[in-house]
Write a protein that binds this ligand. Structure first.
Ligand code: GDP
Ligand code: GDP
Length: 437
């Protein structure tokens, strides 16, 4: 789960986002068609020779009203703070310019591997003419062309060489969870209020290589939790922390490292565009999701119907999160905070629930009785067998006569049947269809 993070750095227009798109491998959406989910284009999943990593395009994190120099400096800083490997991008056609030297000087001081990519080396002549970039003091320049895709293999080989060998040891016995949401919804207040009631065993635990601070604690039943740090909780006071892109990127990192995420909304303000982006990311990542409506104390003129109305409003706005439980809380008044932890635990359990094949086949029989499998182009779908292959999120394989016939609507029907028969509250469910010959 703890994947290395690679950041692309460099002045504007050298081709960072072009390289980003070339390296990015699209994540597989759990739900085929998820309206309202905007794909975030500064943070993505990537893979080379079986090694998985995260890629950040720092160029996407722009500050308004700032000088070019200030902008590239803070982007380099973000890269150093957030990433394990830094890829500095320069332009083969322009050569070394002053801003490249500024970036190089900052990266040079970081005690992290830096790889120099000379982009726009589109032809042989440009690929050979890269020696001037040695002057940046960052070692061997790697010529690439983001547009044509040449040189990418050598660059990626170089990137993954810097990864530690044991990157996937993941035997964490803790339930990892985080609070995500836009600035000022009350994430840090919730964190502090909850930690105030817990026996914190390891506070301010340093993250592995990155600048993150997690907190671990044990509840009265001996269950270990790890609360994953997010932006807005640390409040280090850096200017870029208030930019939307940065906070979305931090939310992505937290989602990545969590089993369950608590999406925090401001009850007094309702749902904003940024809330939708963050919620969409959590859903796409396949994590357990709980929606906490905070500042419920500040909502005026409440009556018996207010909670139900707000609940309807949330499911209306986040249609794809119909499985997520909603809880109304107040960090300020300490209301229902214990319930948050109960839900985190329950959702984690649901996410790790294993269903025996015998029960799944009962379900299949029942499902077929309710609604016969659809006929597509004169051929009827047959689901022979359903079996669970993994947890976190629960993933099932359906063996069918022809995968082409297994449409999304039927998949959704099976998922609904699963939810009716078993408790999968808070967790997405994944179904993979396979043709059985
Ligand atoms: P960023 O500002 O660093 O993210 O740069 P972009 O990725 O937006 O690219 C800036 C411009 O350079 C765009 O017009 C790209 O099409 C162009 N560009 C990017 N990579 C290459 C390349 O490999 N060769 C050439 N010729 N142009 C490129
Ligand atoms: P974050 O940026 O999401 O971490 O938000 P903070 O925890 O810093 O809270 C932002 C503001 O909302 C602060 O002024 C808090 O005092 C206030 N706040 C947080 N939780 C509540 C709550 O439950 N009720 C009310 N009325 N205010 C709250």
């Amino acid at each position: 789960m703890e994947m290395p993070i690679v950041a692309l750095v460099g002045r504007p227009n050298v081709g960072k986002s072009t390289l980003f798109n070339r390296i990015a491998s699209e994540r597989i959406a759990i739900v085929e068609d998820t309206p309202g989910v905007t794909r975030d284009r500064i943070y993505t999943h990537a893979e080379w020779l079986g090694k998985q990593f995260r890629l950040i395009d720092t160029g996407g994190i722009t500050l308004e009203e700032t000088t070019l120099n200030q902008e590239i400096k803070s982007q380099a800083e973000i890269a150093i703070d957030e990433a394990d490997v830094l890829v500095m991008v320069v332009d083969a056609r322009v050569g070394v310019v002053k801003e490249d030297e500024t970036v190089a000087r900052i990266l040079y001081q970081a005690k992290k591997p830096v790889i120099l990519a000379v982009n726009k080396a589109d032809n042989l002549e440009q690929r050979q003419d890269i020696y001037e970039f040695y002057s940046l003091g960052l070692g061997e320049p790697y010529p690439v062309s983001g547009v044509h895709g040449t040189g990418m293999g050598d660059l990626l080989d170089q990137i993954i060489k810097t990864f530690p060998d044991d990157q996937f040891v993941d035997e964490d016995p803790a339930i990892r969870f985080s609070f995500i949401g836009r600035p000022n919804v009350g994430k840090s207040s919730l964190v502090n209020a909850i930690l105030g009631e817990q026996r914190v065993i390891v506070s301010n635990q340093e993250g592995t290589t990155r600048d993150s601070i997690d907190t671990s604690f044990v509840d009265n039943f001996g269950q270990l939790y790890r609360m994953i740090d997010t932006a807005g909780i640390r409040k280090r006071g850096k200017v870029y922390e208030n930019t939307e892109k940065y906070s979305v990127m931090r939310a992505m990192q937290a989602i990545d490292r969590s089993d369950v995420v608590v999406m925090v909304l401001d009850g007094a303000q309702g749902i904003r565009e940024q809330d939708k982006r963050v919620a969409g990311l959590a859903h796409e990542a396949g994590r357990g999701v709980i929606i906490a409506v905070n500042k419920w104390d500040a909502v005026e003129h409440k009556d018996q119907k207010t909670m139900q109305e707000f609940t309807d409003y949330i499911y209306q706005e986040f249609r794809y999160l119909s499985y997520a439980p909603i809880i109304f809380v107040s960090a300020l008044k300490n209301q229902r905070l214990a319930k948050i932890m109960e839900l985190v635990t329950a959702v984690y359990e649901n996410q790790h629930r294993r269903i025996q094949s015998a029960l799944l086949n009962d379900l299949l029989l029942k499902a077929t009785a309710i609604a016969p499998a659809p006929i597509v182009k004169g051929k009827r779908l047959k689901v022979y067998y359903l079996t669970q292959v993994s947890v976190g999120p629960p993933t099932f394989v359906a063996f069918v006569n022809d995968v082409e016939l297994f449409h999304f609507s039927y998949e959704r029907f099976i998922v609904n049947q699963l939810r009716e028969m078993f408790d999968f509250t808070g967790t997405p469910i994944k179904i993979i269809a396979r043709t059985r010959k």
